[in-house]
Design a binder for this molecule. Structure first.
Ligand SMILES: Nc1ncnc2c1ncn2[C@@H]1O[C@H](COP(=O)(O)OP(=O)(O)OP(=O)(O)O)[C@@H](O)[C@H]1O
Length: 250
């Protein structure tokens, strides 16, 4: 995906994005960090096609045209799980397939497979109100992935969770990324989460967001929880922090 000269100004405001350029390789995992209000969600919404830029282009190679049937090219996961309370876990996850006209005989097994992968194989008939926050986010992740999107956008998805739950969900997300091979663009305020998850971290400045650091993390490809205590991990987080501080001061 090539983001080129992207500009977005909301009516009466200063530019949020003003000439943003970013190339994201297909199948890569990129973390986006930056000060609050710098334009991360705005960028994600533009990439998702939920908002239109005032200038600039977004190019997907190969093109992200909607293919026939159940597959959606882009899925979006928000900080809130946004589940439908009256539908069971299985029916929540199967919803995108149902909307795409996939028959129940296909969508239910597909939803069940994804739920097993996020560790909720035995919670399929429960309802959202019966789940913990971490379980709800797992359902949300399963729902996003049930259509096997080529691009997964996540906007601080685990920010409201306790640290242990968040770490577990990070590991599940990594496992799903390895298995499914989609491109991931992950917005987070947590530098340790960015360093742990991503192959590449992009640190943005205050509004209008400029790229302060575009860094391929010098960490082993296989991320395991022990990495969080390694000196290399602390060094990489230090680099991100310095860039974040520079970007916040400008
Ligand atoms: N629809 C809108 N109309 C007007 N201003 C908006 C709109 N959406 C976002 N903004 C403004 O654009 C700026 C960037 O918002 P955005 O949500 O993209 O930031 P962010 O980096 O995701 O912030 P945070 O890290 O706090 O979630 C903010 O100042 C916000 O108030």
């Amino acid at each position: 995906m090539q983001i080129s000269g992207l500009r977005r100004i909301f009516p009466g405001g200063v530019p949020v994005l003003d000439g943003m350029d970013l190339d994201i390789a297909a199948g890569s995992f990129v973390a986006l960090v930056g000060p609050s209000g710098c334009g991360k969600s705005t960028l994600l919404r533009l990439v998702a096609g939920l908002d239109k830029p005032d200038a600039g282009t977004l190019t997907f190679t190969p093109p992200l045209e909607r293919t026939r049937g159940a597959r959606t090219p882009i899925a979006y996961v928000f900080q809130d799980a946004h589940l439908l309370p009256w539908r069971s876990v299985l029916d929540n996850v199967a919803l995108p397939l149902e909307l795409a006209g996939v028959p129940a005989s296909e969508r239910h097994p597909a939803a069940h497979t994804l739920l097993k992968e996020v560790g909720l194989g035995d919670a399929t008939s429960r309802f959202p109100a019966e789940l913990s926050g971490g379980m709800r986010m797992r359902v949300s992740l399963a729902r996003a992935l049930v259509t096997r999107p080529r691009l997964l956008l996540l906007d601080e998805p685990f920010a409201a969770l306790d640290e242990l739950t968040r770490n577990r969900l990070d590991d599940q997300l990594l496992a799903l990324w390895k298995e499914l091979g989609m491109t991931v663009l992950f917005v987070t305020h947590s530098l340790s989460e960015a360093a742990y998850l991503a192959e590449r971290a992009v640190v943005l400045s205050r509004r209008p967001a400029r790229v302060m650091l575009d860094h391929t993390l010098a960490l082993p490809k296989e991320r395991t929880p022990a990495l969080r205590a390694e000196p290399d991990f602390a060094r990489e987080m230090g680099l991100l922090l310095q860039a974040l501080e520079r970007g916040d001061a400008t």
